[in-house]
Design a protein around this ligand. Sequence first.
Ligand SMILES: Cc1cc2nc3c(=O)[nH]c(=O)nc-3n(C[C@H](O)[C@H](O)[C@H](O)COP(=O)(O)OP(=O)(O)OC[C@H]3O[C@@H](n4cnc5c(N)ncnc54)[C@H](O)[C@@H]3O)c2cc1C
Length: 493
Amino acid sequence: MTTCEDAGLQRSKESADHVTDNRSIEIPPDAGRSWWLLDALADDPSPSSPQLRGDVTADVVILGGGYTGMWTALHLTELDPGVDVVILEQDICGGGPSGRNGGFVNSFWGDLHYLVDRFGDEAAIALCEAGEDSVRALGTFADDHKIDAWYRGDGEYVVAASEHQVGGWADGVITADRLGVSEHFQVLSKDEMRERISSPVFHGALFRKVGATVQPARLARGMRRVLIERGVRIFEDTPVTRFGVGDPAIAETGSGSVRAGSAVIALNAWAHHWKPFRRTVVVRGSYIVLTAPAPEELERIGWTDGSGLADMRSAIHYVRTTPDGRIAFGLGGMQPNLARSIGPRFAYDEHAIRIAIDDLRRMFPGFADVPIEAAWGGPIDVAGHHLPTFGMLGRGNVHYGHGYTGNGVGPSHLGGKIIANRILGKTDPVLDLPLVDLEPLRFPPEPIRSPGALVANTAIRRKDEAEDDGKEPNPLIDFVARLPRRLGYNLGP
Ligand SMILES: Cc1cc2nc3c(=O)[nH]c(=O)nc-3n(C[C@H](O)[C@H](O)[C@H](O)COP(=O)(O)OP(=O)(O)OC[C@H]3O[C@@H](n4cnc5c(N)ncnc54)[C@H](O)[C@@H]3O)c2cc1C
């Protein structure tokens, strides 16, 4: 009988090559907060918000002070300046993934092929265009409100970082061509890509013209500042401990409660802890390491604009630079444990951080001697169709938005617009988009879900690592890695 270990599901020999000596890598300690947030807080003059004390009422109570919650509140107050909104956040606004992410502002153009397959041509294009509007809207919002969020709309590269990944973009490009929207994409040969950004592992790329990067926590803290200016009541350090889906909806905290006509559950991966979402959102970890400034090395490899770069692995590498010449290198698709709940290893996991540093130095060997100054992680809300959904519970007065699967910076702007319009009973074309009330794909129940996800996730990463090393993955690993897609999920290879 073949056991998991025999089959290499622990760490396969072939894939161990480029990480065997990573124990010697010096890693920065857990700073508690992301480097982005520490930078943003140093530049944020607004006082901290109080905890909720006592019982209050509001028109709308929002659970979660990340982008989804805050964009909803921003759209609400734009559409109806008189609306009375309360936000309850367990930490500080932007303390979660909205202040910890890679800062890639994506539209949905990268999902075009899947969207067409699932929703048809017209709905797919409408969603991509709405996503594109949100990418630009973030830049306009930052300008209008004088938020120094480092917004750069320079597009993004999807690189083949191994020969296996070459042409992985073909379906999307063919679909774009058929639909007459190929101006959004440009295929680059190995030499053309290396001329733009030089790495010995790049074998070609797709350049997507719509895409931006931001300093994510500066954006989050700027959004919070604008909300306070508009009179939105924000309570921080205020975890919601009980929630009643009724009319009114009631959010209870340890020291008070909010009764409101409408409620918004904007809890991202934490929604997994809530019964209605336990089988529709699962949690993965994503981790980022940040180098010291090395502008001369960025100049040498030709990366002097604000473009983002990701490879085509299932456990994706996402990489961007900062204005002072650092590289922020991200590693997605990690699972520090059975992931039944969000523990401290989602915020900082030594094992994942060592792998990320190793992978960074493999992609950009010129950074081998550049110190790593910070490292952190955060939880990702994985949905089976790899798309967010914006739906309603109860009598239609409780709204939710999640399932970004690690791509929420741009889409949460759109999600906030959808939710705000629904709450206020407005009509807007965004309400016709296929993400509205999108029926989620359900994951298996426990005790199958967590161990099954861990095995599949481990296989996916082993397959990626073998292919990075130019090797064929073990056939059993390959089989297990492809299982989620075979079972109908839009996840994995
Ligand atoms: C390391 C990392 C890198 C990423 N990189 C990118 C990227 O480059 N581009 C991209 O598009 N996306 C990226 N993402 C995903 C992106 O950050 C999210 O999709 C986005 O921030 C979602 O916003 P949100 O408001 O829904 O969630 P969050 O920012 O997580 O906000 C939810 C909030 O709810 C709060 N909360 C939880 N439970 C409670 C409770 N009981 N009571 C009160 N408050 C509660 C949390 O503290 C949190 O602040 C990344 C994520 C991570 C972790």
